[in-house]
Design a protein around this ligand. Structure first.
Ligand code: PEP
Ligand code: MN
Length: 342
């Protein structure tokens, strides 16, 4: 249930009403909608049965109902698209956000060298894993805490913001204060206790779609983070399992318009994991940008073949620089009112 408050209701008055709802055992959040404040009651009631009771509450002008199960991730209450502002950059705004870097942080020199190169090509965010979710326990697992520090330093030195994955609470504690965007990987999309933990921190989260998850499951997973109090969530399509086995995954570009229609959250496309094939990164990146993705995340290495992980999908720094030039042109051609990447 959504309570649309009378015009001129102030924020302190709305907060009072939320307190009152709380004493009634209801959890509610407020959101500005044009010149009105809306209060969304997200849990605690059997919504459709008690309208009269709620209409009689102070400041309530009218009542609306949620049309979506993902109340906070959807757009019933958040009518405007979310623009995540972070360190002078935006995700979901006019500027295309570009995240690039290695699959794994391998050593200090490697991450600094790649950071410098992708920054020069116009990326604003540095990706790189310190905690790696590998299919085999015998494969490189990442540098852990040390890697987080290298990542932090490489990003700062090159005026980039960092994005890196955490898989548990311990890793989250290590990342806090050092990493600018927390990544929840495909394997952990439905790790609800982890989602609740990243929901409590004041750091944006990129939530990757599970290999076999529907859009609705992805949005319900985002709902956990939002419900726990963190409003800055972006959704990442990184390829799904289909009957096709030639590619590592099938990159679902259709996720961009669908998620934009269902949700107010920014959408990121990952053509690297989405295809697993180097020669497909450029065309899939162009398709993603033309489809209206808010951000792209690409694996880049100066020696792609010798990457410690995901070598077959890593592209060289030169290849990335070339893609960036074309991406600008595509963005300008399809969305002339938006800016290309810096
Ligand atoms: C990654 O981005 O490093 C990664 C492991 O991706 P995913 O969770 O999509 O497999
Ligand atoms: Mn990878």
């Amino acid at each position: 249930m959504i309570l649309i408050l009378e015009k001129n209701t102030t924020h302190p008055q709305a907060a009072q009403l939320i307190e009152r709802l709380l004493t009634m055992g209801l959890k509610a959040v407020k959101e500005e909608q044009g010149d009105r404040i809306a209060i969304a009651i997200v849990s605690g009631i059997d919504t459709n049965t008690q309208q009269e009771h709620f209409s009689a509450l102070p400041y309530v002008d009218r009542i609306e109902y949620f049309s979506q199960q993902f109340k906070l991730a959807g757009n019933d209450i958040h009518k405007k698209r979310l623009v995540i502002e972070i360190g002078g950059r935006t995700i979901g705004g006019d500027e295309l956000a570009v995240m690039a870097g290695p699959c794994s942080i391998e050593n200090e020199t490697q991450i600094h060298r790649i950071a410098q190169s992708v920054a020069k090509s116009g990326a604003q965010f540095l990706r790189g894993g310190a905690f790696k979710p590998r299919t085999s326990p015998y494969d490189f697992q990442g540098l852990g805490k040390e890697g987080v520090q290298y990542m932090h330093d490489a990003a700062r030195e090159n005026n980039l913001l960092s994005i890196s994955e955490v898989m548990d609470l311990h890793q989250l504690e290590i990342a806090l204060g050092k990493i600018d965007i927390l990544q929840i990987g495909a394997r952990n999309m439905q790790n609800y206790s982890l989602l609740k933990e990243v929901g409590k921190v004041n750091v944006p989260v990129m939530l990757k779609r599970g290999f076999s998850s529907t859009y609705k499951e992805l949005l319900m997973a985002a709902e956990y983070i939002l419900d726990a109090g963190n409003p800055n969530v972006m959704l990442c399509e990184r390829g799904i399992r289909t009957f096709e086995s030639y590619t590592r995954n099938t990159l679902d570009i259709g996720a961009v318009p669908v998620l934009h229609e269902l949700s107010h959250l920014p959408v990121v496309i990952d053509p690297s994991h989405g295809t697993g094939i180097r020669s497909m990164i450029a065309p899939m990146t162009y398709a993603a940008v033309a489809a209206g993705a808010d951000a792209i995340i690409i694996e880049v290495h100066y020696d792609p073949d010798n990457s410690y992980s995901d070598a077959q999908q890593a592209i060289s720094c030169e290849h990335f620089a070339d893609i960036m030039q074309r991406v600008r042109a595509i963005r300008n051609a399809v969305y002339p009112f938006k800016q290309a990447a810096a």
